[in-house]
Write a protein that binds this ligand. Structure first.
Ligand code: ATP
Length: 661
């Protein structure tokens, strides 16, 4: 059975089992999982050892060559769009190669293709040949780092902590002292000394500048001691000064013998002057590949002379861009782009690309590594590290915690004021029911929204780290849940402590304890639903749109609006899945059992709490059963999230060998 199927079967068995069998099944599942995981860890270590022995642990320089790289996308109607058209080129050690081209020209796709990270898409086809020092890239064991366009970090960790965490996760076998020394070296080399103890920050917390974040991203990639460094749009969104600093960092890396390939949009002339080599793309086709210094001469030879005192990057960008301002200008600029692509395809007697082969910039044959390489740490250590990261993130996030606390206190005061000191009259029965229902809905919503706001971004970090094989999903997920629980439990406590006495609900400490326990459990269940939705949704915005739509169904079947007995047969499973209903039932039983009401002056009076419960079809429920039902949904959501996270491991397209080859 495949691993995914094993997880599916185990999870399904735990959820579907009768209650008394759950511990036995869960125990069996745990043993099986541990065995599976041990097996996989062993495999991973063997693969790691093989990779090490193949490169001997030495930071050998690498020349990356690509030939006939094409990428195309066919739509549903069979129409094919060429994203990359038969590209060939070389990136050499000790040289900074810049990929330039207008937006949509294929820079990111080429960078992804060169790093073996073109995201899998059903109708996309990728072909070409990639070699590293003459060996097929698939079998070459050179380490690479990929600095992504978007800098995403745990916002509450400082620069030093972020780098230290990367070092711990990826250099498990190195000593603490050597990791600390390496991190300090990186900090000073990346010009981050002043910001070393500053938290990364986010929209709510002030932190690093854009340039500092980008340099931190580079630092995190350098932990693995890559010989090849890719950077996508490294300067996008930065001011001129920060952009120059980031490019200088990449240039310094190249000077140390790394092979650096960076895509960039319209750099200023001082940055253009840093490029050793240049690849220019227009509409997925190559219009130039060779030394940056020779580019202007090449285009001048085609009749496109750059005016003096003009930024060469701007001149080249204008030359190869498509002008969509009018049909005529679009046609003429497309024609010019096609002409330039055709000109490049002509054989060059003294092609700039050929000339670079004879003059590598670095005289050494080894990369000067920033750090020593290492293997990832073991599972218990991973769990420990990830726990400390999650704990720091949640405990330091004052802005989020204060907002959550204020929201809960505010709701508690509003509900407390509306349902102030409930009496034992007939009309107060409805008020009690209403209050318990809004308590259940409020707890579910506040917990869900918080999770949806945070988790999709965190998931992207986890996916990136898993691509680097830094850790497995299980230690991450378990440590995250454990770390977040204590603070997550604070908010229902705040809410319950205000609303319970304000409304004068059943005044017994034990009943208050159960009220609090049910709300806390419900808050965790709602958060687990948020994790599952956040794991599926492609972005925070999508998660925030999807989550409330899902929970609305659970609110409708929350036990107050629709009586479970009147739900159509085909939909009877829905109330069973509504954790809001289970919480509400538990709260009602806790509140009404043993309660006596004043008799009505007219009509049929409801004088006991049990009669109220019977009327809502809650006669066979207990607080324990309600808690157990919530617990099962909680476990199901955790299991579902775990499976989604595992299945969502980034998939990349395989580069096929060109047909002509
Ligand atoms: N998975 C995909 N599905 C559909 N279209 C895609 C996909 N990947 C790339 N493309 C298309 O291929 C073209 C090149 O995209 P790419 O992101 O490589 O360009 P780019 O030069 O990096 O652009 P930018 O500078 O704006 O980031 C674009 O038209 C893009 O829409």
């Amino acid at each position: 059975m495949g691993n995914g199927l094993v997880d599916f079967a185990l999870g399904a068995a735990v959820i579907a089992a009768p209650q008394h069998q759950v511990p036995i099944l869960a125990g069996g599942a745990a043993v099986k999982l541990v065995r599976l995981l041990r097996g996989r860890r062993k495999d991973a270590r063997q693969a790691e050892d093989a990779a090490r022995s193949s490169d001997g642990g030495a930071a050998e320089q690498v020349t990356l060559a690509w030939e006939h790289v094409s990428c195309s996308l066919t739509d549903k109607h069979g129409k094919t769009k060429e994203i990359l058209k038969d590209l060939s080129g070389t990136a050499r050690p000790g040289r900074l190669l810049a990929l330039m081209g207008p937006s949509g020209s294929g820079k990111t796709t080429l960078l992804n293709a060169l790093s073996g990270q073109v995201p899998f898409a059903k109708r996309m086809h990728l072909e070409g040949r990639l070699t590293m020092n003459g060996q097929p890239a698939a079998t070459a064991a050179f380490r690479q780092g990929y600095v992504q366009q978007e800098d995403i970090f745990y916002s509450q960790l400082t620069v030093r902590e972020t780098l230290m965490m990367a070092a711990h996760l990826r250099m498990g076998d190195a000593s603490q002292g050597s990791k600390e020394a390496l991190v300090e070296r990186l900090i000073s080399r990346l010009g981050l000394a002043k910001a070393a103890d500053t938290v990364v920050g986010d929209k709510k917390t002030r932190g690093l500048s854009g340039g500092e974040k980008k340099r931190l991203s580079i630092g995190c990639e350098l932990i693995a001691s890559p010989t090849l460094v890719f950077a996508d749009e490294a300067t996008t969104g930065l001011d001129a000064f920060q952009a120059e600093q980031v490019m200088q960092t990449l240039k310094d890396l190249a000077a140390d013998g790394h092979t650096v390939v960076a895509s960039i949009h319209q750099p200023r002339s001082s940055i253009f002057a840093m490029f050793d080599d240049l690849v220019l793309l227009s509409e997925g086709g190559l219009v130039y590949s060779g030394p940056a210094a020779d580019a202007l001469d090449y285009f001048a030879s085609l009749g496109h002379k750059c005016p003096s005192h003009y930024n060469p990057a701007e001149f080249l960008a204008d030359l190869i861009s498509i002008d969509y301002s009018s049909p005529e200008s679009e046609a003429s600029t497309r024609a010019r782009s096609a002409k330039l692509q055709a000109a490049w395809r002509q054989p060059h007697t003294s092609t700039p690309a050929a000339s670079t082969a004879s003059r590598p910039a670095s005289a050494t044959s080894q990369v000067v590594p920033f750090v020593a390489s290492g293997r990832p740490c073991g599972w218990p250590r991973q769990a420990q590290l990830l726990f400390s990261r999650s704990w720091r993130q949640i405990s330091r996030d004052r802005a989020t915690n204060i907002t959550r606390a204020m929201t809960n206190i505010n709701s508690a005061f509003v509900f407390g004021a509306i349902f102030w000191q409930l009496k034992r009259t007939q009309t107060a029965i409805q008020d009690r029911m209403g209050l318990l229902q809004v308590c259940a809905i409020n707890t579910a919503m506040s917990s869900l929204i918080k999770t949806l706001n945070v988790f999709p971004t965190e998931r992207v970090i986890v996916e990136r780290e898993r691509t680097k094989k830094s850790y497995h999903v299980l230690p991450y997920f378990v440590s995250k849940l454990v770390a977040e629980s204590p603070i997550g439990a604070m908010f229902p406590l705040l809410f319950a402590s205000i609303v319970y006495p304000a409304a004068r609900l059943n005044p017994s400490p034990a009943r208050f304890g159960r009220f609090l326990g049910l709300l806390t459990l419900e808050s965790f269940v709602s958060s687990s639903l948020g994790l599952a939705v956040g794991a599926v949704a492609p972005s925070t915005e999508a998660a925030l749109a999807l989550g409330p739509a899902v929970i609305l169904v659970f609110i409708v079947f929350g036990g107050y609006y629709v009586n479970g007995e009147n739900v159509p047969r085909a939909l009877q499973w829905l109330p069973k899945t509504s954790f809001i209903k289970h919480a509400f039932q538990g709260l009602c039983v806790n509140e009404f059992e043993g309660l006596e009401f004043e008799a009505a002056k007219a009509g049929l009076p409801v004088t006991t709490g049990q009669q109220v419960l019977d009327r809502y079809s809650f006669y066979d429920r207990s607080v324990g059963q309600a808690a157990l039902s919530q617990g099962r949904i909680l476990l199901f959501n955790y299991w579902l999230t775990y499976c989604i996270l595992k299945a969502k491991k980034p998939r990349y397209l395989t580069m096929e060998t060109p047909k002509a080859a």
